[in-house]
Design a binder for this molecule. Structure first.
Ligand code: BES
Ligand code: MN
Ligand code: ZN
Length: 502
């Protein structure tokens, strides 16, 4: 896939050669002087006339007509040198890779040193490049009958760097690629429709992941879930013919099973809303209601690749939310695994129910820190739109670590408040300890507050990805559809995690 080479040889044959240009390029310097000379100074002329631009994300292709070994050069605008950061560079590479892919090239080379600034070294650039490569060229195959034409794929990327160590670059490329690949796996899980990704299918997927990366795996079947008294999880599954699965993966990177991070992902494979049924427009797309589970599984894949010195338990409650004569109903009172009873006011507020028991179970597996991820509420979309994940927490220091990871991963999040006023609304029931839907005012907040009742004293961060798990349109780092959001944030959070002293 990636080949790292020391010296940029202009005579070397390539389908394409990619070169970064800052705004405003005055003249070609260093190695690029020789390149310009091969074109008798005509590249400088193209820069002067504006045909080649250093403006951020401008991409200009120049054919070489045999003057150098590469058939074409892509000049890629990087904007002002001081303003370039890791996120922007990933987007630049993403946009470029989409163009390379559209040109059906199977091979291309990069002059890595042309993408380096004072703040971003060659290793950062290599990470950005390989992550962007995986993300931007991702495609969900879908289920159309195949045409016979074999599709051309970009399969060989040569990286020239004279200024950085080859092995270090290779490591950066491998890590960046693992982050991209893990995100793509999450995307694929989310893109698969509910009939083809049942709870059983998700459990089988987790088993394969465990076998590949040597995780401990535990899949609880319905009788075991019943035995453990996971009444909240079971209530959601009650109307379904598909059995529920509680999926647990454990990765132990420390000698002892301590300082355990619990990653909990909502795995609702299809959400009809149950008897509080969704509208015919609102129900479409609800195959994506396992986006939290997908992010956790994607992060576990990255963790399996990079093997950090951390302990992680992933817990995924998986079921669909269906209607039948046996389905749970509004007014039902159910008993969660924690013992807390819940008055069901809305069967469409099912995510918090499955998460309640998953959070309790993660704690039982020794989780000292909890992060849950869920496509939980339309309310978070009203509050924060489609590009910002909503976060809530009972522990500022833990949140700071999660937020730091999200900044580094380029996945924006914003904290929503967890105030007593909303906690009281969740605790307000005439017949039970809690109710699952205290009205639509600030419903992202009460949904989070409800899950917090099960985290209890354990440091916990809640991430509502209802708005960010999918994208209606294509963007530089991916196509329309599932985004795989929070996969990279979770993996980075785990990689960088520092236990918090009392
Ligand atoms: N899965 C939905 C949330 C959702 C909405 C995800 C839009 C992705 C896109 C969740 O289970 C749900 O139905 N939430 C309700 C909560 C309400 C009943 C309190 C909602 O947001 O309307
Ligand atoms: Mn719902
Ligand atoms: Zn849902």
């Amino acid at each position: 896939m990636f080949h790292v080479k020391k010296e940029l040889e202009l005579a070397a044959e390539h389908e394409g050669l990619v070169i970064g240009l800052f705004d405003k390029p005055e003249k070609f310097a260093g190695k690029l002087t020789m390149l310009d000379e091969s074109f008798d100074g005509q590249l400088t002329e193209l820069v002067k006339s504006g045909d080649i631009s250093g403006k951020l994300k401008s991409i200009n292709k120049v054919h070489s007509f045999g003057k150098i070994g590469a058939k074409r050069i892509w000049f890629v605008g990087l904007g002002k040198e001081k303003e370039l950061n890791f996120d922007k560079l990933k987007e630049v590479f993403g946009k470029l890779f989409k163009e390379v892919k559209a040109s059906k090239l199977e091979e291309t080379a990069f002059y890595l040193d042309s993408f380096v600034t004072e703040q971003l070294d060659g290793l950062d650039a290599a990470h950005a490049l390989s992550e962007a490569f995986a993300l931007a060229t991702y495609q969900f195959e879908g289920y159309r009958q195949k045409s016979n034409e074999p599709e051309k794929k970009l399969e060989h990327v040569t990286i020239y760097s004279e200024d950085f160590n080859e092995e270090d670059i290779e490591i950066s490329l491998t890590v960046g690629y693992a982050f991209g690949k893990g995100t793509n796996s999450a995307r694929t899980l989310v893109n698969i429709p509910g009939n083809l990704l049942t709870a059983t299918d998700m459990a089988n997927y987790a088993k394969e992941l465990a076998a590949k990366y040597d995780f401990e795996v535990e899949i609880l079947d319905k009788p075991e879930i019943e035995k453990l008294g996971m009444g909240a999880f079971l209530a959601v599954n009650q109307g379904s013919t598909e059995p529920p699965k509680m999926i647990v993966l454990k990765y132990q990177g420390k000698d002892e099973w301590k300082d355990v991070i619990g990653l909990v992902g909502k795995g609702v494979t299809f959400d009809t809303g149950g008897y509080s049924i969704k509208t015919k427009a609102g129900i479409v797309g609800m195959k994506t209601d396992m986006g939290g589970a997908a992010a956790v599984l994607g992060a576990m894949e990255i963790i399996g690749e990079i093997r950090p010195e951390q302990n992680v338990v992933a817990v995924i409650p998986s079921t669909d939310n269906m209607i039948s004569g046996g389905a749970f109903k509004p007014d039902d009172v159910i008993t969660s695994m924690s013992g807390k009873t819940i008055e069901v006011l809305n069967t469409d507020a099912e995510g918090r129910l499955v998460l309640a028991d998953a959070v309790t179970y993660a704690k039982q597996h020794g989780a000292n820190y909890l992060v849950d991820v869920a496509t939980l509420t339309g309310g978070v979309i009203t509050a924060l739109g489609l590009h910002t994940t909503g976060a809530m927490t009972n522990h500022d220091q833990l949140f700071e670590q999660v937020r730091g990871a999200s900044v580094e991963a380029g996945e924006p999040m914003w904290q929503l408040p967890l105030f007593e006023s909303e906690i009281e609304r969740v605790r307000n029931s005439k017949v039970a300890d809690l109710n699952n839907s205290p009205g639509s005012e600030g419903h992202a907040l009460v949904a989070g507050a409800f899950i917090g009742e099960f985290a209890e004293g354990t440091p916990w961060v809640h991430l509502d990805i209802a708005g960010t798990a999918t994208s209606g349109k294509a963007y530089d780092l991916g196509p329309a559809g599932a985004t795989g959001v929070m996969t990279r944030t979770l993996a980075l959070f785990v990689e960088r995690f520092e236990p918090i002293g009392e």
